[in-house]
Design a protein around this ligand. Structure first.
Ligand SMILES: C[S@@+](CC[C@H](N)C(=O)[O-])C[C@H]1O[C@@H](n2cnc3c(N)ncnc32)[C@H](O)[C@@H]1O
Length: 224
């Protein structure tokens, strides 16, 4: 059901052949993650909160290959940030699935042991992956998720709305926005009008940003 897919820029992703859906943009997996989740999410959030000294709490919907988590850990190491990263997943992949993607090799080969540790970390438990990065992978569907924590940034990285529409219903989006502190960022690659109307109805301010790799727009929302 899963095959390796080489994107236009040469980086790899996985293709779910049953859904005919890739885990990242077919134009570039690493570049998309950097643009949507790191730049428009973590880096811009840091620019808005220059004096923040506490642990940054990130919630991800869809752990998948762990690419967003790996790039976030890399930033934590480089910028000496403390990050608690909670991520939801219903179909966990193994390290054997993701190793051929060669993400650490392409980003920075020193990251490979961390990438392995992320995939081998126990589920439903907060596990330190480095001195300043704690990962809690939760094997749970968004549809039954109720957060115990309050997050600074949400990476909403579900499969596309036309492939898995149930993930993008307002009831499910609300589960993530209810878990955000004031001023927190919510980012996704999708630019759907209904999503933006729903985020607005949930009390967030919407920003339209240029999308990754030639995609016209993406969405960022800020909790008011
Ligand atoms: C676009 S992929 C995520 C890509 C990932 N963030 C990465 O960096 O590789 C979407 C993920 O959502 C997961 N998923 C599907 N249904 C879900 C659900 N109901 N709740 C949580 N995750 C779900 C899929 O298994 C898949 O791994």
């Amino acid at each position: 059901m899963l095959t390796l897919y080489t994107t236009t820029d040469g980086s790899k992703t996985l293709l779910n052949t049953a859904l005919n859906e890739t885990y990242h943009s077919r134009n570039g997996s690493i570049a998309e993650s950097l643009h949507v989740f790191l730049q428009a999410g973590l880096y811009d959030w840091l620019a808005y909160h220059p004096d923040f000294q506490d642990t940054i709490k990130i919630l991800e919907i869809g752990f998948g290959t762990g690419l967003n988590a790996l790039l976030t850990l890399q930033s934590a190491l480089q910028k000496n940030l403390f990050i608690y990263y909670q991520t939801l997943e219903t179909y966990p992949l193994t390290y054997e699935h993701v190793k051929p993607l060669q993400y650490a090799e392409q980003i920075d080969s020193h990251l490979e042991p961390y990438f392995q540790a992320m995939h081998q970390a126990e589920w439903n438990k907060a596990v330190p992956i480095s001195d300043n990065f704690v990962l809690e992978k939760r094997k749970i569907a968004l549809q039954t998720y109720q957060s115990q924590a309050i997050f600074d940034i949400v990476y909403f990285d579900a499969f596309a709305p036309n492939i898995q529409p149930e993930m993008w219903e307002i009831e499910q989006i609300k589960r993530t926005t209810d878990a955000m502190r004031q001023g927190a960022f919510w980012v996704t690659y999708s630019a759907k009008g209904q999503l933006r109307r729903d985020l607005k109805a949930l009390g967030l301010a919407i920003e339209k940003l240029p999308g990754a790799l030639g995609k016209r727009e993406m969405t960022r929302a800020r909790k008011l």
